[in-house]
Design a protein around this ligand. Structure first.
Ligand code: COA
Ligand code: AMP
Length: 630
């Protein structure tokens, strides 16, 4: 069957389609049906089945005779180490950690925060939670203590599993002090912490609260897999919204398993025994779905990479790892390729490695710009698949499903909707627009298995953020169009979310931090085009009347403030002081117009502007920062 037949089969009978897909999962009790729509517009999948994620990701492969196959390869050019863990070893390690968690009172439904760098123990912690039905929430290491504290208060974990440190190319990230500070700031206190001591920096443990990873597991009885309901939350993953309060995306167990298993073969063309690598971080959704769960559920080998595309130590590191691990499908962010392309424009580093096993390159996280796609096509000689998805969906909304059929590529488009997704482009009134016309991208409800059923303890926010604007649809927050052939084009966000080096960030959250500076009366943060990172945040600060401190000093403090409160990952380095911000007569800041001026795009004077002269002042301030570029 080709893509069209598969998509039509889903359209004709979604229930049959997903029940068939569910057969690839080992259930303790099979679900009686796929879709549970009794509480529409809130939907659930496979709710009455009983299943365990860890069983499907680890134990079943051992049972099926793949115990000696490498499950996880750790590749750390930063520590100069390479290490493989077989499925059998993984089973032993995860069962032991799960047993220790259980012994300390962690039970089904309890939350556990995981704050770890790119080491196999991060995946083991995730799997140990799923083994006993605990709900994990992984927090990205590039966030500051304050962000971690916000997540601790929101999901109220019984335990936190962390590492003593993370390693960036130029510095050690002191995870443990950050963790201590976060627990100090948070109102909720975890009962205990488990710390994986890395030799690069051993952390001081707090007596009675902290346990070392190994000591914690001494003498415990390994835990068996606990079957959970299909609608039991497997994890919570926080993502940026329009405000400083992140959204806790919930992932239900049954749909997650079924959808990821389906995608591994049909999108990535990966089956048991194959080798797959997603060069992302466990703190992001790509890391959840395609470093940890997807490849392991499929019985493939996954790579945990601790390094950067360049500088660790050279721009050939991706290709070396692909060669050495005989990777069949590789997944990265366009920004990583842009970084490599900048240092190796002619692909000389690519030629040094034998990439015979590589069959496809997958890109996501931000728009894949045509230059980068064409560079990769030319130098790698394999299909380059741009695919579009979100933390909320957990897997691709649109892709070129090479495991089914390789469709013609259209550079600049993530290709076509996957089964389960009825994608439509709507005008402001919620009416579908003609092909080629730009509009808000929405997905007709219900969303497929594996996508978010709600936000953690915030059902109203879920409805308000995603379901209310276009009744009957899920609002993606992205804008774009569909062409005559049904190919999607994702052009921009419709909200204040920006995408910096493939990382999703909220300008609203940065504004909240800047507004907290004692000299700042009002501010705006926009995302300006950046050759490497796609977008970069830029702040405009209006100071309190009478403030006569040097502007440069205040800007420096604001930059430090965002780094301290949100984290280095915000990459907030550009800010300027202005007298006033451009607004509509109703007081809305005209961020979109500011972006256009900064990027040197054509722009029209908004009809609703309060005082057009302010845009001249903004243009001058941008010139002072060197914008527009080029
Ligand atoms: N822990 C702690 N700090 C982290 C971190 C982590 N896990 N990840 C990034 N940071 C820090 C970096 O050290 C950097 O700090 P600095 O300001 O002190 O230099 C800051 O956050 C910004 O990091 P990053 O966005 O990675 O920029 P960079 O300049 O270090 O590297 C690229 C540029 C393009 C090489 C890099 O962004 C990259 O590899 N991007 C790919 C991203 C990706 O795979 N995203 C996946 C989403 S699907
Ligand atoms: P995240 O939740 O961090 O995965 O970010 C999701 C957002 O990143 C989407 O809503 C898009 O704005 C953007 N995005 C992800 N993948 C793509 C893609 N292939 N093309 C364009 N934008 C993308």
């Amino acid at each position: 069957m080709g893509y069209k037949e598969v998509y039509s089969a889903w359209q004709a009978d979604p229930e049959k389609f997903w029940m068939e897909a569910a057969e690839k999962i080992d259930w303790d009790t099979k679900p009686s049906k796929a879709l549970f729509d009794g509480n529409a517009p809130l939907y659930e999948w496979f709710s009455d089945g009983l299943v365990n994620t860890c069983w499907n990701a680890v134990d079943r492969h051992v049972e099926e005779g793949r115990g000696d196959q490498i499950a996880i390869m750790h590749e750390s050019p930063i520590t100069h180490s390479t290490k493989g863990i077989t499925y059998k070893e993984l089973q032993t390690r995860v069962a032991s950690l799960a047993g220790a968690l259980k012994m300390r009172g962690v039970e089904k439904g309890d939350r556990v925060i995981i704050y770890m760098p790119m080491i196999p123990e991060a995946l083991e912690a995730m799997l140990a939670c799923s083994r006993i039905g605990a709900i994990h929430s992984v927090v990205f290491g590039g966030f500051a203590a304050n962000e971690l504290a916000v997540r601790i208060d929101d999901c109220t974990p019984k335990a936190i599993i962390a590492a003593s440190c993370g390693l960036e190319p130029n510095r050690v990230v002191h995870y443990k002090p950050l963790l201590d500070e976060a627990i100090e700031i948070a109102d909720h206190k975890p009962e205990f912490c488990v710390i994986f001591q890395r030799e690069q920096e051993v952390a001081k443990l707090i007596e009675g609260r902290d346990f070392s990873w190994h000591g914690f597991q001494y003498g415990v009885k390994p835990a068996d897999c606990v079957p959970v309901e299909g609608n039991h939350p497997a994890y919570i993953l926080y993502t940026s919204g329009t405000t400083g309060q992140p959204k806790g995306v919930v992932r239900h167990t049954g749909g997650h398993l079924v959808a990821l298993q389906w995608t591994m073969k049909n999108i990535y063309n990966i089956e048991a025994g194959d080798r797959f690598w997603a060069a992302s971080d466990v703190g992001w959704v790509v890391g959840h779905s395609y470093i940890c769960y997807g490849p392991l559920i499929a019985g493939a080998t996954t790579v945990v990479f601790e390094g950067k595309p360049i500088g660790t130590p050279h721009p050939g590191v991706f290709w070396r790892i692909i060669q050495n691990n005989r990777i069949k499908s590789f997944f990265t962010a366009p920004t990583a390729l842009r970084a490599i392309k900048r240092e190796d424009p002619n692909g000389e580093w690519i030629k040094r490695y034998a990439l015979h096993d590589l069959q496809a390159l997958f890109l996501a996280g931000e728009r894949a710009d045509p230059d980068t796609v064409e560079w990769a096509q030319k130098h790698l000689g394999v299909p380059v698949v741009d695919h579009w998805w979100q933390t909320e969906t957990g897997w691709a909304i649109a892709a070129n499903p090479i495991g089914i059929e390789e469709l013609p590529t259209k550079v600049g488009s993530p290709s076509v909707p996957m089964p389960g997704y009825d994608v439509q482009v709507l005008d402001e009134g919620g009416h579908p627009v003609a092909p080629g016309t730009l509009g808000a991208i929405a997905i007709k409800l219900p969303l497929p298995p594996g996508t978010l059923p709600t936000l953690w303890q915030a059902e109203e926010r879920f409805k308000k953020s995603y379901l209310e604007h276009f009744p009957g649809y899920y609002e993606t927050g992205d804008a774009g169009y569909i062409d005559e052939d049904g190919y999607l084009y994702i052009m921009a966000r419709t909200d204040d979310v920006i995408n910096v080096a493939g990382h999703r960030l909220s300008t609203g959250a940065m504004e909240e931090v800047l507004a907290g500076h004692p000299d700042v009366a009002e501010c705006a943060v926009i995302g300006v085009a950046d050759d490497l990172k796609g977008q970069s945040p830029m702040g405009f600060l209006c100071l309190n009347a009478g403030c006569n401190r040097p502007h440069a000093e205040i800007v420096k403090e604001c930059v430090a403030r965002v780094r301290d409160q949100i984290g280095p990952v915000a990459a907030f380095k550009l800010a300027t002081v202005v007298d006033r911000l451009p607004k509509t007569r109703s007081g809305k800041i005209l961020r979109g117009t500011m972006v256009k001026i900064a990027d040197g795009q054509e722009w029209k004077m908004p009809a609703t502007i309060d005082d057009p002269a302010i845009l001249d002042e903004i243009t001058e301030a941008l010139k002072g920062l060197g914008y527009p570029r080029g």
